[in-house]
Design a protein around this ligand. Sequence first.
Ligand code: BTN
Length: 272
Amino acid sequence: MTLESKAKLPNENRDFDTEKRWHKSLTTEWFGQQLYVFSELESTMDVASKLVGKDDSEGTVIAALSQTRGRGRLGRQWVSSQGGLYFSYILNPPIDKAAHEVAQIGLIAGLAAAECVQTFVSSQPWIRWPNDVLIGKQKIAGLLAERQANTIIVGLGVNVLQDRQALPDIATSIKLESKAGASLDAVLNVFGARFEIWYARWLSEGFDPIQSALRFWLQGVGDPVSVKTGNALFEGQSLGVDGLGRFLLRLDTGQQKAFDQGEVTLLRPIET
Ligand code: BTN
């Protein structure tokens, strides 16, 4: 379903032509089969949030070609100019997976995003726990997972078509990292296809297969890192993620510490 909607979505800036074209090219089984595309929104997270409890079938996607108030983790702004792909997925997982499911779904989306980016670029993308996808030191995609009642909204911003001057120094795009580049709908499609596969595995098998797959993509496992949470800074060796999706650090004392949130920084130079 693309043109009819049970909820009152803003029709202003709705890009029906792109919506129809992207919907037609989707090869996913169910993620994105309910798709709404806008030329511009304040934030796809806010529009997705309005659909919760009304028009929130599993894998519904709100996509935008630009955002005026894109938001990232920790209250940061997410610059969302033309050329990037900005979208939010609505998911309704069983709630008995409890406290860590938002974080786990964020990591599942991170895994799918890394695999998606790898389809288009030659360098290896890395996941910086919890939700950044990097090429070298530069960010190519960022994720945000939020809970609203029993629904989880996963937002993803991918730098796709931007040139160097359109991005901050700490960011890169698929166009800058690949010869062939990628179209926005190809990115939406490949991401959705990987995301629905990993999400289905998580529903049937839990977090273990995701934890194993993440070992390949997580930046700096075994390396010295720091983790900042609020005003506290911890240093030690990265042990990757534990069975709940928390970041695991071996402190210099030998003790292990698990983090539900925080900012991880590598303490060794990154080869680019
Ligand atoms: C981060 O790196 O801090 C997360 C960035 C998440 C950005 C995406 S873009 C689509 C969705 N809408 C938003 O306002 N934010 C997310």
